[in-house]
Design a binder for this molecule. Structure first.
Ligand code: B12
Length: 211
């Protein structure tokens, strides 16, 4: 039974049907299907399929964008269930997708999970230049900075950002976490980041350790 609805959610995301996605997620929640299953087996499973088709040129940017919009509608419904409510603020974090990169689904999930462990998150958005990040770090009392990159061509901007923070004399003010599909533990070490994790839930667990 539960698989049927998860498949329906996946189907709705693949077709970019935002309203259907939202309603199906609400239905799944009402049927007491776990939020993590709805996310992994419904919403993200769909994006994996869309990603394959995108790679094979079977779908193009507009289709991927409407699927991303549907997925975001679905995750918004899940937010209260993924993120623990009423947690006393633990501290602050800054998050963004680095310069040249417009992918924000992963970033948004990480933000949601950080909020779930009680962090207040300042989201600088996508395509954020190192200078802007330096400014944010200087003017905030955030203890953790999360940098997301989804392209092999923009991973370098994670390093550029860390270098810019060092040049501005604020590198030691903040713990830096990096992530995104092409990023690895080894790369994170190489560019002098403090932590890397491969998914949003473990990102939140790792971030918590810095407080
Ligand atoms: C959706 C998507 C898009 C959408 C983005 C919409 C949006 N609002 O985000 C659109 C259509 C705009 C897009 C555009 C492009 N894309 Co695109 N896109 C994807 C796709 C299909 C899914 C990405 C995604 O959201 N995954 C789901 C999320 C949840 O996963 P995630 O981001 O990896 O995040 C998880 C972890 O990595 C981690 N995480 C993420 N960030 C962080 C940060 C920290 C600090 C930590 C600790 C963890 C962490 O936690 C997350 C949750 O568990 C991927 C294919 C794929 N399967 O990955 C291609 C993909 C990333 N895109 C690709 C390409 C090439 C492009 C374009 C260049 C295409 C083009 N020719 O125009 C443009 C670039 C635009 C730009 N300048 O950014 C390639 C990248 C190849 C490469 N290795 O560089 C991919 C891999 C597709 C492919 N196989 O060809 N894309």
């Amino acid at each position: 039974m539960s698989n049927v609805i998860l498949d329906q959610i996946s189907e709705a995301v693949q077709k970019g049907k935002a309203r259907d996605t939202k309603e199906l997620v609400q239905k799944a929640i009402a049927e007491k299907i776990g939020a993590k299953d709805i996310l992994d087996k419904g919403l993200l499973a769909a994006m994996a399929i869309v990603g394959k088709k995108f790679k094979n040129n079977e779908v193009f940017v507009p289709e991927v964008l409407i699927s991303a919009r549907a997925l975001n509608m679905g995750t918004a419904e899940l937010k209260p269930y993924l993120a623990a409510q009423g947690v006393k603020p633990l501290g602050k974090a800054i998050i963004c997708t680095v310069k040249g990169d417009l992918h924000d689904i992963g970033k948004n999930l990480v933000r949601m999970m950080l909020e779930g462990v009680g962090l207040e998150v300042q989201d600088l958005g996508v395509d954020v230049a190192p200078e802007k990040i330096v400014e944010a770090v200087k003017t905030s009392d955030a203890k953790v900075l999360c940098l997301s990159a989804l392209l092999t061509t923009t991973m370098g901007a994670q390093k550029d950002t860390i270098d810019a923070l060092a040049a501005a004399g604020v590198r030691d003010k903040i713990k830096i976490m990096v992530g995104g599909a092409p990023v690895t533990e080894e790369y994170a070490k190489q560019i002098g980041a403090d932590a890397y994790t491969s998914d949003a839930a473990s990102a939140a667990t790792a971030a918590k350790l810095f407080f």
